[in-house]
Write a protein that binds this ligand. Structure first.
Ligand code: ADP
Ligand code: MG
Length: 459
């Protein structure tokens, strides 16, 4: 009998291919053959069900060819929740011959309601600002959204909090929906995936669960790191994943880090996730942050027609709030609220006051000393010139640049900055900041110098 099983296995491998073989058949552990009943030990009820409905008849047929009259398949497995051993026997009366269609046929019951999570209207490709740090992820997401042949499966997007993973997934969903309103698309967080799985177990509706997840054309699971360490959910996820990939359905997954680096995620899942295209969203750079702010201001200014936010403020925010776009957006929203309350044009001082807490957290460790040193180097001056009382233009302009940088790159107060520049009054600092802000718009060379210095200081 064991010899026959070996032959049957290789026939299945030939007939259905390596993927199906490795995913389903390898898991079958032959136990015994007794009065027509062939018993396998399997890792889970899911595998038992799947093999039984999809390959049961095929297996029995192949055994017949080998000269063994197998009348029923029996599966033994441990129940994932209760930990009890379960024995499940195929019910021959109901075993409708599915093995033919199953090779190609994923359940495509379009009556099944998809419990997709709501999509954010603002998270579209049109509103996604592309820059160096996210261009690859954006291009990959676009490609998936265009449909067509599934070239990379899964698409795995990863990156830190607030870098646009969810935004890109929703954008894929929106575009897919526009392109094909009938596309069966399911977007949900890994947490919801687990919730549904647990519900299905509790209400003994694993069948419905599986049917649901296997009926989609495109499955998107957000924040997959959530299922790290949750074994049976991972198990189920793995099988869902395999079933969809086997049928050429697109999968998009996001995580907070690369698959290989998610602790508590099974190796087989890590390697499966790494099969497709893995792209990361890098932390934002200054240009991207500025671009994002500008695009948000464009939207906001329609909602708040009376409020004007100076471009200099956006530059200031882009400098000072690094990496997380969500915080960047939040600060802008707060500025608008603040501006509508005070009813004036927002200037840097107001911005600093209104966003003090956010700025403190994102503060870069640039010191005034460093600024003075770098600026005097740049203009070939001595550091002592910077803090001297001399007012010749050759020194005064660089000094103003240094004060401007001190104001925008550190959270030191105006009086404190004045003190550090040779005991000057805070009004002198205000004047310097205004002057440079103004010059940056009029004088390209100054703008460039300030930019170069800023980069050096922040590097
Ligand atoms: P993640 O899922 O990576 O934590 P989100 O996709 O939720 O981050 O993004 C956080 C916020 O930042 C959202 O409001 C999103 O619209 C915005 N955002 C992120 N990246 C961009 C971008 N490149 N262009 C426009 N908005 C962005
Ligand atoms: Mg997210």
């Amino acid at each position: 009998m064991e010899r026959a099983w070996k032959n049957v296995r290789s026939s299945i491998q030939k007939e259905l291919g390596n993927d199906i073989f490795n995913n389903w058949i390898v898991a079958l552990d032959y136990q015994q053959f007794d009065s027509g009943q062939l018993t396998f030990n399997v890792p889970s009820s899911f595998i038992a069900n799947w093999v039984e409905t999809n390959y049961g008849d095929l297996i029995i047929g192949l055994f017949k060819k080998e000269g063994w009259n197998v009348t029923a398949l029996v599966f033994e497995y441990k129940d994932l929740i209760s930990g009890k051993d379960v024995i499940k026997q195929t019910d021959k009366k109901n075993s409708n011959s599915k093995s033919d269609s199953s090779v190609t046929g994923l359940l495509t019951n379009s009556d099944i309601q998809l419990p997709s999570s709501p999509l954010d209207k603002r998270f579209t490709f049109e509103r996604f600002v592309v820059g160096k740090p996210n261009e690859l992820a954006h291009a990959a997401a676009r490609r998936v959204a265009e449909g067509g042949a599934v070239t990379f499966n899964p698409l795995f997007l990863y990156g830190g909090v607030g870098l646009g993973k969810t935004h890109l997934m929703h954008a894929i969903a929106w575009q897919t929906q526009n392109r094909n309103p009938d596309a069966r698309m399911l977007y949900l967080s890994a947490e919801q995936f687990m919730y549904r799985f647990v519900q299905a177990l509790r209400f003994k509706d694993m069948h419905g669960f599986k049917e649901l997840f296997r009926s989609v054309d495109i499955l998107m699971v957000d924040d997959v790191q959530f299922i790290a360490g949750k074994e049976s959910t991972q198990d189920e996820f793995f099988h869902t994943f395999n079933a969809l990939v086997d049928h050429g359905k697109q999968i998009v997954i996001s995580g907070d880090r690369a698959p290989g680096e998610i602790d508590g995620l099974e190796d087989r899942i890590k390697s499966r996730l790494a099969w497709g295209l893995v792209v990361d969203l890098h932390p934002t750079d200054y240009e991207l942050r500025l671009g994002i702010l500008q695009s948000k201001v464009e939207v906001q200014s329609k909602l708040h027609p009376g409020i004007y936010i100076d471009p200099g403020i956006l530059e200031f925010l882009a400098h000072r709030i690094s990496s997380n776009v969500r915080v960047l957006e939040g600060s802008l929203t707060r500025l608008y609220a603040y501006a509508s309350l005070v009813g004036r044009k927002v200037d840097i001082d107001m911005a600093q006051e209104c966003l003090a807490d956010i700025l403190r957290i994102s503060e870069r460790k640039v010191t005034i000393d460093e600024i003075i040193r770098k600026v005097s180097d740049h203009y070939n001056l001595r550091m002592s010139d910077m803090i001297s009382a001399r007012r010749s233009r050759i020194i005064a302009r660089p000094r103003q640049v240094a004060m401007f940088l001190a104001k925008t790159l550190t959270s030191k107060s105006l009086p404190e900055i004045g003190r550090r520049f040779g005991g000057r009054d805070h009004t002198t600092v205000i004047h310097a900041v205004k002057k440079i802000e103004d010059l940056k718009h009029k004088d390209l060379q100054i703008a460039e110098e300030v930019e170069i210095l800023r980069r050096m200081l922040e590097a």
